[in-house]
Design a protein around this ligand. Structure first.
Ligand code: IMP
Length: 428
């Protein structure tokens, strides 16, 4: 397929990195278009594990062009660390990586503000951000006055702009920060980063528009999951970008008319990191079993993830929202050995049964999941390579998910390795 998108349909961490890695060979360009170093992708290939954050996992294939677009917020120190780490392991990172001059830059005050704001969320419950300065950087982007884009670092007036921003930040943050920021120190630090990043900086919007018009095969790699979308997710317990399919065009500049196929990625169960309602959460031995079996600890923050049953109400909503053509169901092996499995098919809110995902977080908080119980399978499925060889109970479980979401299951993952993947059917 010329232009494919991979979108997480839950609260992130759906193992999108593995799917992107599997699809990379069929594409020439891999694009990261929203979020920042709050995301973490783990790719296991050739017996090696790579943990990537800002750089698309396509970087592991030297023939692929990797593009980080203007919709991303970029911490120069983090991306340089990633680049250095990859080069040290023998991975090619030069002209195969392009960073948009429109990407907004994260500064130390964004990280400080993240800590301050997360503590004072009005409902009393913390958002539980990754503390990477993502939200404050996006806020400055929308606010414009204090924003710096990557391309600005190379302009003659950069120091002057920085002086103005640092003065304003020191004045507004005042006693909330231990020490005021020094414009001179930050200018020195960021000018150094800018010099090292210079070979990668480009106008990625024109590059991508040329690429789609030339019918190049592009793969868009979403970060986080659609339930964390700032406009359509479980607001305010969301990230600050459009992490559903809605973000592809705004983040990259590539119009939706070029997109041929959208694959929605889900775990065979649900997880969530940070605060916010999670109707199917199992804060009990079942949740702990899933956490242990699935190694459900954050790639970026190492926080234990909250675990629960598959929520078909939420995923049906995000599959429709993201215009998904087919599903990739990841981590199915984690459910092996559980005697029975549950799928949430509806919510009960104040005595009413609903199948539409609530728009207000308080309604979601009061949603009681209506579960359907299915038999589990008590055998190791990690070595199975064909759909027909899966235990009947596993096939029934996948079929029910597909039916409830209204999309075919195209890929099933039964372990971290590339080989531990079943292509159930290609929809094109
Ligand atoms: P932020 O993106 O750091 O502002 O965090 C906002 C919310 O999104 C928090 O609940 C985070 O735990 C969550 N979040 C951000 N990035 C990811 C991710 O890559 N996976 C899962 N959750 C994430």
């Amino acid at each position: 397929m010329p232009v494919t998108c991979v979108i997480g349909l839950q609260w992130g961490d759906e193992a999108k990195g593995k799917l992107v890695d599997l699809l990379t060979d069929e594409h020439e360009v891999v694009v990261r278009y929203q979020g920042g170093s709050n995301a973490g992708h783990t790719v296991v290939t050739g017996g090696q594990t790579y943990k990537l954050s800002l750089i698309p996992s396509g970087i592991l294939s030297p023939q692929v062009q990797c593009v980080v677009t203007g919709g991303v917020v970029l911490n120069p120190a983090s991306i340089l660390q990633e680049i250095d780490g990859l080069i040290a392991r023998g991975i090619k990172v030069d002209s195969n990586l392009m960073l948009s001059d429109r990407a907004h830059v994260i500064f130390p005050w964004h990280i400080a503000e993240d800590a301050i704001l997360d503590k004072s969320c009005s409902s009393g419950e913390n958002i539980g951000t990754t503390m990477r300065g993502i939200g404050p950087c996006y806020r400055d982007k929308v606010g414009r006055s204090f924003a710096v884009r990557l391309g600005d670092l190379y302009r003659d007036d950069f120091r002057e702009r920085l002086n103005h921003i640092v003065d304003a930040k020191n004045a507004t943050l005042g006693v909330l920060i231990a020490n005021p920021f020094s414009a001179a120190d930050i200018a020195r630090e960021y000018t150094g980063y800018a010099e090292r990043l210079r070979p990668f900086v480009a106008d990625t919007t024109s590059y991508l528009l040329d690429a789609v018009e030339a019918k190049k095969r592009l793969l868009f790699e979403g970060a986080q999951g659609a339930l964390l979308d700032v406009d359509h997710g479980t607001y305010p317990f969301v990230t600050s970008s459009n992490s559903s399919g809605a973000g592809v065009s705004s983040g990259s500049g590539v119009p939706g008319r070029w997109i041929n196929k959208i694959i929605g990625v889900v775990k065979a169960y649900s997880t969530r990191v940070g605060g916010g309602p999670f109707p199917t959460e199992q804060d009990n031995e079942i949740g702990q079993h899933i956490r242990d079996r699935g190694n459900e600890y954050g790639t970026v923050t190492k926080r234990p993830r909250r675990c629960g049953w598959f929520d078909a109400v939420a995923v049906r909503y995000t599959a429709r929202l993201s215009g998904v053509d087919s599903l990739a169901v990841m981590l199915l092996d984690v459910l092996s050995e559980l005697p029975e499995l549950k799928i949430c098919t509806a919510y009960e809110i104040d005595g009413r049964r609903v199948t539409n995902f609530p728009s207000h977080v308080d309604d979601l908080r009061h949603s009681k999941p209506v579960f359907e119980t299915l038999p589990g399978w008590q055998q190791d499925i990690t070595k199975i390579r064909k759909m027909a060889d899966l235990p009947q109970a596993a096939r029934d479980y996948l079929a029910r998910i597909s039916q409830l979401i209204g999309r075919p299951v195209e890929v099933v993952s039964i372990g971290p390795d590339r080989e531990q993947t079943i292509f159930a059917q290609r929809t094109s």
